[in-house]
Design a protein around this ligand. Sequence first.
Ligand code: GLY
Length: 346
Amino acid sequence: MKRVTVTGSKEYDIIIDRGLMKDVGRYAAEVVNPGKCAVITDDTVESLFAETVTESLKTAGFDPFMIVIPHGESSKNGEQFFRIMSIMAQQKLTRSDTVFALGGGVVGDLAGFSAASYMRGIHLVQIPTTLLAMVDSSVGGKTAIDLPEGKNLVGAFYQPDLVICDLAAADSLPEEVFADGSAEIIKYGMICDAELLGMLKDPIEGQLEEIVARCVSIKRDIVNEDERDTGIRQLLNFGHTPAHGIEKLSGYTIPHGHAVAIGMAMMTRACRPEFAQKLEKLIRSHGLPIETEFSPEQLIDAALSDKKRTGGSITLVLPDTYGTCILKKMQIEEIVPYFQKTKREV
Ligand code: GLY
Protein backbone atom coordinates (compact mmCIF):
# COMPACT_ATOMS: atom_id res chain seq x y z
CA MET A 1 0.00 0.00 0.00
CA LYS A 2 1.06 3.56 -0.72
CA ARG A 3 -0.31 6.66 0.96
CA VAL A 4 0.19 10.15 -0.47
CA THR A 5 -0.91 13.16 1.62
CA VAL A 6 -2.13 16.36 0.00
CA THR A 7 -1.67 19.44 2.18
CA GLY A 8 -3.33 22.38 0.44
CA SER A 9 -6.26 24.29 1.92
CA LYS A 10 -7.33 20.91 3.29
CA GLU A 11 -5.23 17.90 4.21
CA TYR A 12 -6.28 14.51 2.87
CA ASP A 13 -4.80 11.15 1.97
CA ILE A 14 -4.76 9.24 -1.27
CA ILE A 15 -4.63 5.53 -0.41
CA ILE A 16 -3.36 3.28 -3.21
CA ASP A 17 -3.53 -0.52 -3.14
CA ARG A 18 -5.22 -3.52 -4.71
CA GLY A 19 -8.52 -4.75 -3.25
CA LEU A 20 -9.53 -1.61 -1.34
CA MET A 21 -13.22 -1.66 -2.35
CA LYS A 22 -14.12 -3.98 0.51
CA ASP A 23 -12.39 -1.62 2.97
CA VAL A 24 -13.94 1.66 1.77
CA GLY A 25 -16.16 1.94 4.87
CA ARG A 26 -13.30 1.31 7.29
CA TYR A 27 -10.99 3.91 5.70
CA ALA A 28 -13.79 6.45 5.24
CA ALA A 29 -14.88 6.12 8.88
CA GLU A 30 -11.39 7.29 9.91
CA VAL A 31 -12.00 10.70 8.31
CA VAL A 32 -15.77 11.33 8.09
CA ASN A 33 -18.75 10.69 10.33
CA PRO A 34 -20.24 7.26 9.59
CA GLY A 35 -23.79 8.50 8.92
CA LYS A 36 -26.11 8.73 5.97
CA CYS A 37 -24.27 8.85 2.64
CA ALA A 38 -24.92 9.05 -1.09
CA VAL A 39 -22.95 6.69 -3.31
CA ILE A 40 -22.98 8.27 -6.76
CA THR A 41 -21.96 5.97 -9.59
CA ASP A 42 -22.78 5.14 -13.21
CA ASP A 43 -24.64 2.19 -14.68
CA THR A 44 -21.40 0.44 -15.73
CA VAL A 45 -19.56 0.75 -12.43
CA GLU A 46 -22.70 -0.07 -10.43
CA SER A 47 -22.71 -3.70 -11.52
CA LEU A 48 -18.99 -4.09 -10.77
CA PHE A 49 -18.43 -2.47 -7.39
CA ALA A 50 -21.64 -1.00 -5.89
CA GLU A 51 -22.50 -4.05 -3.79
CA THR A 52 -19.00 -4.43 -2.32
CA VAL A 53 -18.80 -0.73 -1.51
CA THR A 54 -22.28 -0.44 0.06
CA GLU A 55 -21.71 -3.59 2.15
CA SER A 56 -18.38 -2.20 3.33
CA LEU A 57 -20.06 1.11 4.21
CA LYS A 58 -22.83 -0.62 6.15
CA THR A 59 -20.33 -2.72 8.08
CA ALA A 60 -18.54 0.48 9.12
CA GLY A 61 -21.81 2.04 10.35
CA PHE A 62 -22.77 4.14 7.32
CA ASP A 63 -26.33 4.26 5.95
CA PRO A 64 -25.78 4.40 2.16
CA PHE A 65 -28.20 5.05 -0.70
CA MET A 66 -27.27 4.83 -4.38
CA ILE A 67 -27.65 7.42 -7.11
CA VAL A 68 -26.92 5.92 -10.53
CA ILE A 69 -26.34 8.02 -13.65
CA PRO A 70 -26.02 6.80 -17.24
CA HIS A 71 -22.32 6.32 -18.08
CA GLY A 72 -20.55 8.83 -20.34
CA GLU A 73 -19.70 12.51 -20.59
CA SER A 74 -23.28 13.40 -21.62
CA SER A 75 -24.38 12.78 -18.01
CA LYS A 76 -22.15 15.56 -16.69
CA ASN A 77 -24.93 18.10 -17.11
CA GLY A 78 -27.31 20.38 -15.22
CA GLU A 79 -30.16 17.89 -15.47
CA GLN A 80 -28.25 15.12 -13.67
CA PHE A 81 -26.84 17.66 -11.21
CA PHE A 82 -30.30 18.89 -10.14
CA ARG A 83 -31.61 15.32 -10.09
CA ILE A 84 -28.83 14.45 -7.62
CA MET A 85 -29.58 17.57 -5.55
CA SER A 86 -33.25 16.59 -5.31
CA ILE A 87 -32.53 12.97 -4.37
CA MET A 88 -30.08 14.07 -1.67
CA ALA A 89 -32.70 16.51 -0.29
CA GLN A 90 -35.44 13.84 -0.40
CA GLN A 91 -33.10 11.46 1.44
CA LYS A 92 -32.57 14.24 4.00
CA LEU A 93 -28.80 14.25 3.68
CA THR A 94 -27.40 16.78 6.16
CA ARG A 95 -24.30 18.97 6.25
CA SER A 96 -22.38 16.40 8.27
CA ASP A 97 -23.04 13.63 5.73
CA THR A 98 -20.93 12.34 2.84
CA VAL A 99 -20.97 11.82 -0.91
CA PHE A 100 -18.97 8.87 -2.25
CA ALA A 101 -17.97 9.35 -5.89
CA LEU A 102 -17.59 5.80 -7.21
CA GLY A 103 -16.47 5.90 -10.83
CA GLY A 104 -14.32 7.57 -13.44
CA GLY A 105 -13.78 11.21 -14.29
CA VAL A 106 -17.42 11.95 -15.17
CA VAL A 107 -18.75 10.57 -11.88
CA GLY A 108 -15.91 12.22 -9.92
CA ASP A 109 -16.59 15.64 -11.45
CA LEU A 110 -20.38 15.46 -11.16
CA ALA A 111 -20.46 13.90 -7.68
CA GLY A 112 -17.71 16.27 -6.55
CA PHE A 113 -19.65 19.30 -7.76
CA SER A 114 -22.77 17.89 -6.07
CA ALA A 115 -20.89 17.54 -2.77
CA ALA A 116 -19.51 21.06 -3.19
CA SER A 117 -22.96 22.53 -3.85
CA TYR A 118 -25.38 20.65 -1.62
CA MET A 119 -25.96 22.77 1.50
CA ARG A 120 -22.86 24.75 0.39
CA GLY A 121 -20.63 21.73 0.83
CA ILE A 122 -20.72 18.31 2.45
CA HIS A 123 -18.04 15.63 2.84
CA LEU A 124 -16.63 13.94 -0.25
CA VAL A 125 -14.76 10.67 -0.71
CA GLN A 126 -13.43 9.91 -4.18
CA ILE A 127 -13.20 6.25 -5.24
CA PRO A 128 -11.73 6.39 -8.77
CA THR A 129 -12.39 3.31 -10.91
CA THR A 130 -10.63 4.35 -14.14
CA LEU A 131 -6.92 4.83 -14.63
CA LEU A 132 -7.52 8.44 -15.67
CA ALA A 133 -9.45 9.20 -12.47
CA MET A 134 -6.80 7.40 -10.38
CA VAL A 135 -3.86 9.39 -11.72
CA ASP A 136 -5.53 12.72 -12.27
CA SER A 137 -9.15 13.75 -11.88
CA SER A 138 -9.90 12.34 -8.41
CA VAL A 139 -7.05 14.39 -6.90
CA GLY A 140 -6.78 18.15 -6.59
CA GLY A 141 -10.37 19.23 -6.10
CA LYS A 142 -11.52 20.24 -9.57
CA THR A 143 -15.24 19.49 -9.86
CA ALA A 144 -17.54 20.51 -12.68
CA ILE A 145 -20.41 19.93 -15.08
CA ASP A 146 -20.52 20.73 -18.79
CA LEU A 147 -22.72 23.23 -20.62
CA PRO A 148 -23.78 22.89 -24.27
CA GLU A 149 -21.35 25.81 -24.78
CA GLY A 150 -18.33 23.93 -23.45
CA LYS A 151 -16.79 21.42 -21.10
CA ASN A 152 -16.43 22.04 -17.36
CA LEU A 153 -17.83 25.56 -17.62
CA VAL A 154 -19.67 25.32 -14.27
CA GLY A 155 -17.78 24.02 -11.29
CA ALA A 156 -15.92 24.55 -8.06
CA PHE A 157 -12.60 23.80 -6.45
CA TYR A 158 -13.64 21.38 -3.74
CA GLN A 159 -11.14 19.07 -2.09
CA PRO A 160 -12.17 15.55 -1.04
CA ASP A 161 -11.72 14.20 2.49
CA LEU A 162 -10.12 11.04 1.14
CA VAL A 163 -9.24 9.33 -2.14
CA ILE A 164 -9.39 5.52 -2.13
CA CYS A 165 -7.67 4.12 -5.18
CA ASP A 166 -8.26 0.39 -5.70
CA LEU A 167 -5.80 -0.61 -8.42
CA ALA A 168 -7.76 -3.81 -9.11
CA ALA A 169 -10.48 -1.64 -10.68
CA ALA A 170 -8.09 -0.95 -13.56
CA ASP A 171 -8.04 -4.69 -14.43
CA SER A 172 -11.60 -4.62 -15.76
CA LEU A 173 -11.23 -1.52 -17.95
CA PRO A 174 -11.77 -1.78 -21.71
CA GLU A 175 -8.50 -1.10 -23.58
CA GLU A 176 -9.71 2.27 -24.82
CA VAL A 177 -10.64 3.45 -21.34
CA PHE A 178 -7.29 2.28 -19.93
CA ALA A 179 -5.58 4.20 -22.73
CA ASP A 180 -7.32 7.42 -21.62
CA GLY A 181 -5.43 7.12 -18.33
CA SER A 182 -2.20 6.32 -20.15
CA ALA A 183 -2.49 9.68 -21.92
CA GLU A 184 -2.60 11.54 -18.59
CA ILE A 185 0.38 9.50 -17.36
CA ILE A 186 2.36 10.48 -20.47
CA LYS A 187 1.33 14.07 -19.69
CA TYR A 188 2.94 13.86 -16.21
CA GLY A 189 6.11 12.54 -17.81
CA MET A 190 6.16 15.32 -20.38
CA ILE A 191 5.58 18.16 -17.91
CA CYS A 192 8.21 17.20 -15.34
CA ASP A 193 9.30 13.56 -15.17
CA ALA A 194 11.60 12.25 -17.92
CA GLU A 195 12.25 9.10 -15.83
CA LEU A 196 8.52 8.31 -15.93
CA LEU A 197 8.64 8.60 -19.73
CA GLY A 198 11.38 5.96 -19.64
CA MET A 199 9.22 3.67 -17.49
CA LEU A 200 6.42 3.99 -20.06
CA LYS A 201 8.47 2.03 -22.59
CA ASP A 202 7.19 -0.98 -20.61
CA PRO A 203 3.49 -1.77 -20.09
CA ILE A 204 1.82 0.27 -17.34
CA GLU A 205 -0.04 -2.77 -15.96
CA GLY A 206 3.15 -4.32 -14.53
CA GLN A 207 4.12 -1.14 -12.65
CA LEU A 208 0.70 0.23 -11.83
CA GLU A 209 1.14 0.99 -8.13
CA GLU A 210 4.41 2.79 -8.66
CA ILE A 211 3.11 4.79 -11.62
CA VAL A 212 -0.15 5.82 -9.94
CA ALA A 213 1.74 6.87 -6.78
CA ARG A 214 4.27 8.77 -8.88
CA CYS A 215 1.59 10.67 -10.82
CA VAL A 216 -0.47 11.62 -7.77
CA SER A 217 2.71 12.68 -5.95
CA ILE A 218 3.51 15.03 -8.84
CA LYS A 219 -0.05 16.32 -8.77
CA ARG A 220 0.12 16.68 -4.96
CA ASP A 221 3.25 18.83 -5.23
CA ILE A 222 1.70 21.01 -7.93
CA VAL A 223 -1.67 21.40 -6.17
CA ASN A 224 0.01 22.14 -2.84
CA GLU A 225 1.70 25.09 -4.55
CA ASP A 226 -1.18 26.30 -6.71
CA GLU A 227 -4.55 24.86 -5.76
CA ARG A 228 -6.60 27.48 -7.65
CA ASP A 229 -4.93 26.96 -11.01
CA THR A 230 -3.54 30.45 -11.43
CA GLY A 231 0.10 29.43 -11.95
CA ILE A 232 2.08 26.19 -11.99
CA ARG A 233 -1.05 23.98 -11.91
CA GLN A 234 -1.72 25.06 -15.48
CA LEU A 235 1.15 22.72 -16.47
CA LEU A 236 -1.36 19.91 -15.90
CA ASN A 237 -3.23 21.27 -18.90
CA PHE A 238 -0.54 20.15 -21.35
CA GLY A 239 -2.38 19.17 -24.53
CA HIS A 240 -5.72 20.09 -22.95
CA THR A 241 -6.55 23.32 -24.83
CA PRO A 242 -6.68 21.61 -28.24
CA ALA A 243 -8.10 18.51 -26.53
CA HIS A 244 -11.14 20.34 -25.18
CA GLY A 245 -11.75 21.65 -28.71
CA ILE A 246 -11.42 18.15 -30.18
CA GLU A 247 -13.83 16.71 -27.61
CA LYS A 248 -16.37 19.46 -28.18
CA LEU A 249 -16.16 19.32 -31.98
CA SER A 250 -16.62 15.53 -31.88
CA GLY A 251 -19.75 15.90 -29.76
CA TYR A 252 -17.77 14.22 -26.95
CA THR A 253 -17.43 10.98 -28.94
CA ILE A 254 -13.62 11.30 -28.77
CA PRO A 255 -12.78 10.58 -25.13
CA HIS A 256 -10.73 13.00 -23.01
CA GLY A 257 -7.48 11.02 -22.86
CA HIS A 258 -7.51 10.35 -26.61
CA ALA A 259 -8.02 14.06 -27.25
CA VAL A 260 -5.23 14.95 -24.80
CA ALA A 261 -2.89 12.56 -26.63
CA ILE A 262 -3.60 14.37 -29.92
CA GLY A 263 -3.21 17.75 -28.20
CA MET A 264 0.20 16.80 -26.74
CA ALA A 265 1.40 15.57 -30.12
CA MET A 266 0.18 18.78 -31.82
CA MET A 267 1.92 21.07 -29.31
CA THR A 268 5.14 19.06 -29.56
CA ARG A 269 5.18 19.07 -33.37
CA ALA A 270 4.68 22.84 -33.25
CA CYS A 271 7.31 23.63 -30.61
CA ARG A 272 9.84 20.82 -30.46
CA PRO A 273 9.79 18.95 -33.78
CA GLU A 274 13.15 17.37 -32.81
CA PHE A 275 11.48 15.04 -30.32
CA ALA A 276 7.95 14.94 -31.78
CA GLN A 277 8.51 11.52 -33.38
CA LYS A 278 9.75 10.03 -30.11
CA LEU A 279 6.66 11.28 -28.28
CA GLU A 280 4.35 10.15 -31.12
CA LYS A 281 5.86 6.66 -30.93
CA LEU A 282 5.30 6.52 -27.16
CA ILE A 283 1.72 7.77 -27.47
CA ARG A 284 0.91 5.25 -30.21
CA SER A 285 2.49 2.40 -28.24
CA HIS A 286 -0.16 3.02 -25.56
CA GLY A 287 -3.00 2.68 -28.08
CA LEU A 288 -3.62 6.40 -28.45
CA PRO A 289 -4.06 8.66 -31.51
CA ILE A 290 -1.74 11.49 -32.55
CA GLU A 291 -3.76 13.15 -35.35
CA THR A 292 -7.11 14.88 -35.80
CA GLU A 293 -9.30 15.54 -38.82
CA PHE A 294 -10.47 18.87 -37.37
CA SER A 295 -8.90 21.92 -39.00
CA PRO A 296 -6.65 24.38 -37.17
CA GLU A 297 -9.39 27.03 -37.61
CA GLN A 298 -12.03 24.82 -35.98
CA LEU A 299 -9.69 23.96 -33.10
CA ILE A 300 -8.72 27.59 -32.54
CA ASP A 301 -12.36 28.65 -32.54
CA ALA A 302 -13.17 25.95 -29.98
CA ALA A 303 -10.10 26.88 -27.90
CA LEU A 304 -11.31 30.44 -27.64
CA SER A 305 -14.47 29.37 -25.82
CA ASP A 306 -12.37 27.29 -23.43
CA LYS A 307 -12.33 28.55 -19.86
CA LYS A 308 -8.53 28.61 -19.93
CA ARG A 309 -8.89 31.89 -21.80
CA THR A 310 -8.49 34.97 -19.57
CA GLY A 311 -9.82 38.12 -21.23
CA GLY A 312 -7.73 38.76 -24.33
CA SER A 313 -5.02 36.23 -23.46
CA ILE A 314 -4.58 32.49 -23.07
CA THR A 315 -1.86 30.42 -21.40
CA LEU A 316 -0.56 27.52 -23.44
CA VAL A 317 1.58 24.71 -22.04
CA LEU A 318 4.51 24.17 -24.36
CA PRO A 319 7.06 21.35 -24.33
CA ASP A 320 10.59 22.53 -23.64
CA THR A 321 12.61 19.34 -23.27
CA TYR A 322 11.53 15.69 -23.42
CA GLY A 323 10.30 15.79 -19.82
CA THR A 324 9.71 19.48 -19.07
CA CYS A 325 7.11 22.00 -20.19
CA ILE A 326 6.77 25.74 -19.78
CA LEU A 327 3.77 28.06 -19.50
CA LYS A 328 3.45 30.80 -22.08
CA LYS A 329 0.83 33.49 -21.74
CA MET A 330 -0.01 34.97 -25.12
CA GLN A 331 -2.52 37.12 -26.94
CA ILE A 332 -5.30 35.22 -28.67
CA GLU A 333 -3.94 35.91 -32.16
CA GLU A 334 -0.55 34.45 -31.17
CA ILE A 335 -1.93 30.91 -30.67
CA VAL A 336 -2.45 30.31 -34.39
CA PRO A 337 0.98 28.70 -35.12
CA TYR A 338 0.54 26.21 -32.26
CA PHE A 339 -2.61 24.75 -33.78
CA GLN A 340 -1.36 24.08 -37.30
CA LYS A 341 0.22 20.63 -37.01
CA THR A 342 -2.89 18.52 -36.67
CA LYS A 343 -1.21 15.64 -38.53
CA ARG A 344 2.18 14.00 -38.22
CA GLU A 345 4.90 15.02 -40.67
CA VAL A 346 5.54 12.44 -43.37
N1 GLY B 1 -6.64 17.84 -14.58
C1 GLY B 1 -5.90 19.01 -14.40
C2 GLY B 1 -5.97 19.57 -13.02
O1 GLY B 1 -6.48 18.94 -12.11
O2 GLY B 1 -5.52 20.66 -12.80
